[in-house]
Design a protein around this ligand. Structure first.
Ligand SMILES: NC(=O)c1ccc[n+]([C@@H]2O[C@H](COP(=O)([O-])OP(=O)(O)OC[C@H]3O[C@@H](n4cnc5c(N)ncnc54)[C@H](OP(=O)(O)O)[C@@H]3O)[C@@H](O)[C@H]2O)c1
Length: 234
């Protein structure tokens, strides 16, 4: 999306939360860090004269998405979410759907497994109450000790291919995957690999979000921008 905006010469700024140490560079101006809740975002939108917000956050970044809805409503700024359809189970998938992280933790009660915990770093501590498992973690940044009794971590940044994830799951003898239902292609290789290897998946459903315009690709966002005027900034 950022590349398309740069190519079109659309005045736009890219916002990162600032969670990773070396965020990917972007071809448009960048800002990093929280806005300070809804009030902070309202101030930012007013101060910068932004006319359109494209919420391209991860489907599980519910707080930011809720803040964007509230701040755009308060300021009259146009809002669209650039998102992707949730994954649907296919023949051969062995999924257990759970509502949230807490339910995923509960679903891990039972005998020892070798678990690919594909969740990023933020929620790891909550899995410490299921210490019987060996956890395989794939994280973006190098880290110190993590709050789990027994784990292996691999430092790598997606997107990953089907071959990558087949290799990873075979190498570590994974017999259970815990995944958020992110949707899209960038993170789906582990789900395809789990199907191929007949490994069950605890699939965490997406959080509910307020109603908003949802678009499913950069082209749709460009159409939306073309039809609602972008003389100032996105
Ligand atoms: N949650 C995931 O599974 C996941 C996976 C991959 C990538 N990410 C990305 O990591 C970032 C943080 O995710 P999260 O789940 O912690 O979000 P979150 O819970 O929805 O947001 C927490 C706070 O982080 C700040 N924030 C989040 N996204 C921001 C952005 N793009 N620009 C500026 N501030 C932002 C906001 O702070 P203020 O209230 O101070 O504005 C927000 O209230 C998001 O941009 C998301 O797209 C998340």
């Amino acid at each position: 999306m950022a590349r398309v905006m740069a190519d079109r010469g659309i005045a736009a700024v890219f916002s990162y939360a600032g969670r990773t140490e070396q965020p990917r560079k972007q071809p448009i101006p960048l800002r990093v860090g929280g806005f300070g809740g809804v009030d902070g975002l309202v101030r930012y939108l007013r101060d910068t004269g932004i006319t359109h917000v494209v919420d391209a956050t991860h489907p599980f970044a519910a707080q930011m998405s809720r803040n964007a809805v509230a701040a755009c409503r308060a300021t009259g700024v146009e809002l669209a979410a650039l998102t992707r359809a949730a994954w649907q189970p296919q023949p051969g998938d062995i999924w257990r759907n759970v509502a949230d992280i807490e339910a995923a933790v509960a679903a891990l009660s039972g005998p020892r497994r070798r678990v690919l915990l594909a969740l990023g770093r933020m929620h790891l501590a909550r899995f410490a109450v299921q210490p019987q498992h060996h956890y395989l973690l794939r994280l973006v940044d190098e880290h110190g000790a993590l709050p789990l009794p027994e784990y292996t971590s691999v430092i790598a940044r997606g997107p990953f291919t089907f071959a990558d994830d087949m290799e990873l799951m075979r190498q570590y003898d994974i017999d259970l995957v815990v995944s958020k239902n992110a949707g899209g292609n960038g993170a789906r290789a582990k789900i395809d690999a789990a199907r191929a290897l007949k490994v069950p998946v605890i699939m965490i459903d997406r959080p509910a979000l307020p109603a908003r315009l949802e678009l499913f690709g950069p082209d749709q966002v460009l159409d939306w921008l073309d039809h609602s005027g972008t003389d100032r900034g996105v």
